[in-house]
Design a protein around this ligand. Structure first.
Ligand code: SF4
Length: 425
């Protein structure tokens, strides 16, 4: 039997799609081996969201060739979709829409470079595979949506992922039931633009899906992937109040705390509107956690604009911020914008926000001292402690226990990295 190895870069959706491709190969009598082992085929599922994503993808292609110079190197994912068939070191290049046919395409390979990249903007089908077996055994990521039609001015994703496509509700319910039967306590709903779920279907939205999943027996936790802030409104808050299983952790992607910058980013909200949504959540769920993504050094971001963002974030205190120095992407509107910011200034701004994020994270975790928390332990360990997360996505440390174990704990103290040390209640 032939051996195939995988390497995944980028987001959770890409990881989910790698697990789907593994299921296809396994069904076709391939053995899935570790990427560092000698394999007959190496599949690299690439990312192109930043220049670093491209760089790491190319490095991984070279590593595959080093692992076995005679192997077939298959490059797929977003960098492949954007490549126009030109990637050094790749024997086969497969676009995002063609991954479902990956084994058939490889069977056609005769040593001549093979390129299968459809024009994704015409794609209307949602691709999913049964028996998708995730690597992580504690929480299962469930892809329910693909594509995006927002065209934020810095983002290449709509060009490589195509229009919004939503998965049929019955398929989602079937996969979640299957995961619960396989012992998963937590599922995470993911997509490229989750809040757009249902836009291409009639009479269904993301909140409808949550209500259906909230009724599934045996499921403990439903977590949401990255969300568009405008998903938070009075009606959705009222409906979320009635859902016990939905974790009150909202990753609301902000990108900047300055409305002028947001306008140039073509984001669909102002800093004030975002803050309103944050306050709506905190009024309904006082212990809710709100995390976010921030881009610093966006073209035209003056010192004054950055200070607006900094002061704004100091005031609204989001409890974890993923901070990214702006990365120019060929083919996006922002690529052509004047006043591109120097690298050292971007890094300085990123550093100050990362420090602020840690301060906020420690402050938020302290809210759970002497308070009961629902803990789900994971396979990660740190010294004598096992790691895990609360429903609010606070990182916890617990002495003992095993991965997948769930219990009610009490917060004891908080480390300098914002981890909550817990004991069983
Ligand atoms: S919402 Fe904006 S940043 Fe997010 S995937 Fe779509 S275009 Fe990119």
């Amino acid at each position: 039997m032939k051996k195939v190895a995988f390497y995944t870069l980028g987001c959770k959706v890409n990881q989910y799609e790698t697990d789907s491709m593994k299921a296809i190969f396994t069904k076709n009598s391939f053995i899935v081996v570790d990427f560092n082992e000698n394999a007959d085929i190496y599949v690299i599922n690439t990312c192109t969201v930043t220049a670093m994503g491209d760089k790491k993808s190319r490095q991984t292609i070279n590593n595959a060739k080093k692992n076995n110079p005679n192997a077939i190197v298959v490059v797929t994912g977003c960098m492949a979709q954007d490549s126009k068939g030109k990637i050094e070191g790749a024997d086969i290049i497969i676009g995002n829409n063609d991954r479902k046919n990956i084994v058939n395409i490889i069977n056609k390979y005769n040593g001549e470079k093979l390129v299968e990249i459809d024009d994704i903007k015409n794609d209307r089908m949602f691709w999913s595979v049964e028996d998708n077996v995730p690597e992580d055994r504690t929480r299962a990521y469930i892809k329910i949506q693909d594509g995006c039609d927002r065209y934020c001015s810095y983002c290449i994703i709509p060009y490589v992922r195509g229009p919004v496509r939503s998965r049929k509700l019955e398929d989602i319910i079937m996969e979640v039931n299957e995961k619960v039967q396989n012992g998963f306590k937590e599922i995470v709903l993911i997509g490229i633009h989750l809040a757009s779920y249902g836009k291409d279907l009639k009479n269904i939205t993301l909140i409808d899906v949550l209500e259906k999943l909230d009724k599934i027996e045996g499921l403990q936790r439903i977590r949401l992937g990255s969300l568009e802030p405008l998903f938070i409104n009075e009606e959705n808050i009222e409906r979320l109040k009635k859902m016990d299983k939905v974790c009150k952790h909202f990753h609301l992607s902000l990108q900047s705390g300055c409305t002028e910058t947001l306008k140039r980013m073509n984001r669909r909200y102002t800093a004030e509107e975002y803050e309103e949504r944050v306050n709506m959540i905190r009024k309904a769920f006082p212990y809710a956690s709100i995390t976010t993504d921030i881009i610093v050094g966006f073209p035209g971001e003056t010192e004054e604009e950055f200070l607006k963002t900094y002061e704004y974030l100091k005031r609204i205190k989001l409890n974890r911020m993923h901070v990214f120095p702006y990365s120019i992407r060929k083919g996006t509107l922002a690529e052509k914008m004047p006043m591109q910011i120097e690298k050292n200034i971007k890094n300085e701004r990123a550093k100050s926000l990362i420090e602020l994020s840690l301060k906020n994270e420690i402050e938020f975790a302290n809210k759970f001292i002497n308070k009961e928390v629902d803990v789900l332990l994971e396979k990660g360990k740190k010294g004598k402690y096992r790691q895990g997360y609360t429903r609010e996505y606070v990182k916890v440390l617990f002495e003992g226990g095993k991965a997948g174990e769930q219990f009610i704990g009490i917060g004891k103290n908080v480390t300098d990295e914002g981890e909550l040390v817990v004991e069983k209640s």
